[in-house]
Design a protein around this ligand. Structure first.
Ligand SMILES: NC(=O)c1ccc[n+]([C@@H]2O[C@H](COP(=O)([O-])OP(=O)(O)OC[C@H]3O[C@@H](n4cnc5c(N)ncnc54)[C@H](OP(=O)(O)O)[C@@H]3O)[C@@H](O)[C@H]2O)c1
Length: 269
């Protein structure tokens, strides 16, 4: 889908960082946008910017991805907002900056709930709509950490790895009957967003600072431009990052035993 004009795109995590940049990038391409996150004020501000940038229409749908009980209702509201959805970008998420030994199980569960189960739940409630029209693209924002597990990310890497298992299986189940549905996993490397401010420490408090690796990351607007172009190619898994992350994914694939040694001392914070 190279032409986004008039397409209905629902983006979660649209109040900040990658989601915000995607919204603005798609607005320039005249998409119709539905923006979700918890921060209603931020969503309203970004929706005005999207209209100014050229979006055909913009609506907001604020909700908490952690609230499993409302995800069906919110997904149905999302479908009703414009009467259909063409592309759904499940991007909302939280990160982690704590050693496994210092992380409470409650924090592991919270990361799983937001980063993994919310995507699974929304996809289940969305699929009947995509299947009915045999059309639609589900884009799930994973991470290079969804391919490689590093120190300080046990729960986060687990949630992102789980996305690959789930959505690779789902894609394999759908392909025969529903050739018009595409599932794309996007794996960002470092992107300079607020992610580390919101990252959880082992006790559930927020890190509330920018770590060095993220500060050196790709500008979110540049990242979003690349992502918008690449998801249109229909590829199943897309890695977008600096040379170090891209090389790390190649090493992981072809020399996994060597990668075990590399990640021990990876500068991940
Ligand atoms: N930045 C990176 O280096 C990097 C690298 C790899 C992968 N990623 C992934 O990219 C995605 C976007 O992250 P980002 O870097 O753009 O970080 P960000 O600036 O912190 O944005 C995260 C977005 O997720 C939303 N969100 C968080 N918890 C939520 C909840 N419980 N309910 C609803 N929305 C929630 C936030 O909105 P509210 O706070 O308003 O709810 C915000 O819009 C995440 O899935 C992240 O794992 C980022």
């Amino acid at each position: 889908m190279k032409n986004y004009s008039g397409k209905v795109v629902w983006i979660t995590g649209a109040s900040s960082g990658i989601g915000e940049a995607l919204a603005l990038g798609l607005a320039k391409r005249k998409a119709r946008l539905l923006l979700s996150a918890r921060n209603t004020n931020a969503l309203e501000k970004i929706s005005v910017q999207c209209r100014d940038a050229g979006a055909m229409d913009v609506k907001i749908l604020p909700f908490d991805l952690k609230d499993a009980a409302i995800l069906q209702q919110k997904t149905l509201e999302a479908i009703r907002a414009f009467g259909e959805l063409d592309i759904v970008i499940l991007n909302g998420g939280i990160a982690q900056r704590s050693l496994a030994m210092n992380t409470t199980i409650e924090v592991d569960r919270e990361i799983m709930e937001v980063d993994y189960f919310s995507c699974v739940a929304i996809s289940k409630f969305l699929l009947p709509h995509f299947c009915e029209k045999n059309n639609g693209q589900l884009v799930v924002v994973s991470s290079v950490m969804g391919i490689i597990g590093t120190p300080f990310r046990s729960g986060y890497a687990a949630a992102k790895h789980a996305l690959h298992g789930y959505f690779d299986s789902l894609r394999a189940e759908l392909w025969k009957k529903y050739k018009g549905i595409r599932i794309t996993l996007v794996c960002p490397g470092w992107v300079r967003t607020n992610i580390t401010y919101n990252a959880l420490n082992g006790d559930g408090s927020k890190l509330d600072s920018m770590d060095k690796a993220t500060a050196r990351g790709i500008d979110p607007a540049i990242f979003a431009e690349t992502m918008i172009r690449k998801i249109a190619s229909g590829k199943n898994t897309i890695v977008i990052g600096g040379w170090k992350e891209t090389l790390a994914v190649i090493i992981q694939r072809f020399f996994p035993e060597f990668m075990v040694k590399v990640v021990r001392s990876a500068a991940v914070r």
